[in-house]
Design a protein around this ligand. Structure first.
Ligand code: DAH
Length: 363
């Protein structure tokens, strides 16, 4: 046997033995490195072929290739057997008990605020109102001045309004205190006839059982020719009867004051209060539910609309308030406490919405 042949046979024997004796994937990797690493025994021999004579290459090349294949195959088959072993151990120890009951997925609910917003949008949508949103950060002009709120009005005071450390037109910006500024934004950008509702978040510096610093309102605005208080009444009666699902709901319009409407009214619905509970729809008590009125001519003029040509009505109501009344939720603050048990109780399943559109007519 030529010296090179016996060297190759010797390397092969040693390598196969080392593979055979390795106890784990880790020691097997050491063996692989020893033979096939950068400076490994077989790697070095193969590299040497680069400088060999053609004759040497002819005789030794096939022998070296044979060595490489044999050792590599042995390494792979040993690795497979280690992996199989690990898998077997896993299968033995990690048995799945298919008779165990499955884990329940916890169910999500829709919060009453978006639910009620959706109900309101559906009812007014059926009456031809489009939805229009406005920014939460407002300026003095849109939130107060254009709405005819005088400079000395208490709503402008810092105890009531969240002012920001930024200004526009020399006046501090603020978090809108009502959705009425969307009226101004609509009147300034759209041409009558206009029919919009604007649901959204509003902010006031207040916190007790009936007030939270963040709450939601929906604003309504209709502008057209020859619009009267009769249209306003018809529209709101239609809405309230549909929303509460009560035909001939007792409703009264009580004269009131808002700077942006003239005349203005507050709307009450009939109810019974007994033993601390409230029942809507009958009885001798009244409950205030929203504010409304005919858009003040000054507001129209502030938005360059001629009040002789166009008139209209506006209204605004609190989403939480109507949600509390419809679904019997007693405390306003619970809307914002993120208590999952509360949601389980008052939340709405996505696919099981209460029917709201059983009675929708024109305005
Ligand atoms: N913006 C009023 C508020 O926050 C609600 C309101 C009353 C809106 C009368 C109106 C309206 O559009 O006509 O209390």
């Amino acid at each position: 046997m030529s010296p090179i042949v016996s060297t190759i046979a010797c390397i092969e024997k040693e390598a196969l033995q080392a593979i055979q004796e390795s106890k784990s994937l880790l020691t097997l990797e050491d063996v692989r490195q020893q033979y096939f690493g950068k400076a490994g025994v077989i790697t070095t021999l193969l590299k040497g072929m680069g400088t060999a004579t053609p004759e040497e290459r002819q005789t030794q090349g096939p022998l070296l290739n044979g060595l490489r294949t044999t050792v590599m195959t042995a390494l792979e088959s040993k690795r497979d057997s280690f992996e199989q072993e690990t898998l077997n151990i896993k299968l033995q120890t990690e048995r799945i008990d298919v008779t165990l009951p499955g884990r329940d997925e916890s169910e999500g609910y829709l919060h009453p605020i978006p639910q009620v917003m959706e109900e309101v949008m559906a009812i007014f949508g059926a009456m031809g109102f489009a939805v229009k949103e406005g920014p939460h950060i407002e300026d003095d002009f849109h939130n107060f001045t254009a709405l005819n709120v005088p400079p000395e009005h208490p709503a402008r005071e810092a105890q009531d309004t969240f002012y920001l450390n930024a200004e526009r037109d020399g006046m501090p910006l603020l978090l809108r205190t009502q959705t009425s500024p969307v009226q101004i934004r609509t009147l300034m950008t759209e041409k009558p006839p206009i029919r919009v509702i604007s649901p959204g978040r509003v902010f006031r510096a207040d916190y007790d059982i009936t007030h939270t610093p963040v709450f939601h309102q929906v604003e309504g605005l209709l502008i057209d020719k020859e619009i009267t208080m009769g249209h306003l009444k018809g529209c709101l009666v239609e809405f309230l009867e549909t929303f509460f699902g009560i035909k001939d709901l007792p409703i009264r319009f009580r004269p009131s004051f808002f700077p942006f409407t003239e005349p203005s009214a507050e709307v009450d619905i009939g109810c019974t209060r007994k033993d601390g509970t409230l029942k809507i729809g009958a009885g001798d008590s009244w409950l205030e539910i929203l504010g409304c009125g005919m858009v003040h001519p000054k507001v129209l003029r502030n938005c360059t609309i001629d009040p002789k040509e166009y008139q209209g009505f506006a209204f605004g109501m609190g989403i939480e308030r109507i949600a509390m009344l419809k679904y019997g939720i007693p405390d306003l603050r619970t809307f914002f406490e993120s208590d999952v048990r509360w949601m389980d109780h008052y939340g709405f399943k996505f696919f099981e919405r209460p029917s709201i559109l059983n009675k929708v007519g024109g305005c």
